[in-house]
Design a protein around this ligand. Structure first.
Ligand SMILES: Cc1ncc(COP(=O)(O)OP(=O)(O)O)c(N)n1
Ligand SMILES: Cc1nc(C(=O)O)sc1CCOP(=O)(O)O
Ligand SMILES: [Mg+2]
Length: 207
């Protein structure tokens, strides 16, 4: 499976009251990966929402990943995204199996990316590349890191953090395979605008 294109990530606050409609609008525009990211500890709601996203993803042929929670991913039979404080990759791979998509946050570190590759990650994520209203305190990364990663890491590369249609082309140009986006996609006022943005993000990979 080719991991290349828009990687949409949900945000429970931003999507309050329009969760499924905005996500479906994004899927309509084309989403390579969808990550369910909910930082609450409301396990029942998390299960319910993740199941609803799984149904949508099945309809649109999109791969679902769960942020942080390998157990929930295992329950649903989907992939997981793990940060540096979310537990090691090896047990997650053992839990989810060889076919599961497992992503790893590498901040601005090629060493972390090499380690993630050794431990069986499916893709590595670098960022944040721009100012992020969702996660303003995330460590910063420079776009030139992407070309270095391209040369040294034999895995798809996701770029995250403040990605918008105004700045995403540079990330693709420097080597990003996946544009991981929250606000730049789901911050739109209407479902139609979400779909338009999703299409526009994907068009950056066409040339
Ligand atoms: C695609 C992608 N990249 C990075 C992250 C950040 O993961 P993490 O550092 O664990 O931070 P939280 O998202 O858990 O706050 C991500 N979720 N997705
Ligand atoms: C969840 C997350 N992780 C980041 C990292 O740098 O690891 S930046 C980030 C927030 C991404 O949201 P937005 O597209 O709204 O900036
Ligand atoms: Mg995390």
């Amino acid at each position: 499976m080719t991991l290349r294109g828009l990687y949409a990530i949900t945000d429970s606050q931003l999507l309050a009251g329009r969760f499924l409609s905005h996500v479906e609008a994004a899927l309509e525009g084309g989403v390579c990966l969808l990550q369910y990211r909910d930082k609450s500890d409301d396990a029942a709601r998390r299960l319910r929402e993740a199941q609803a996203l799984q149904q949508l993803c099945e309809r649109y042929g999109t791969q679902l990943l769960i942020n942080d929670d390998a157990e929930l991913a295992r329950h649903l039979g989907v992939g997981v995204h793990l940060g540096q404080t979310d537990g090691p990759l090896n047990p997650a791979r053992a839990l989810l199996g060889s076919a599961a998509i497992i992503g790893s946050t590498c901040h601005a570190s090629l060493d972390l990316a090499a380690q993630a590759a050794r431990e069986g990650a499916s893709y590595v994520a670098f960022g944040r590349f721009f100012t992020s209203s969702t996660k303003p305190g995330a460590p910063a990364a420079d776009v030139r890191l992407l070309a270095q990663a391209r040369a040294q890491v034999n895995l798809p590369i996701a770029a995250i953090g403040g990605v918008t249609l105004d700045n995403a082309a540079a990330l693709v140009h420097h080597g990003a395979d996946l544009l991981a986006v929250i606000h730049g996609l789901f911050g739109a006022d209407s479902a139609q605008e979400v779909t338009r943005r999703a299409r526009a993000f994907n068009a950056l990979f066409a040339s």
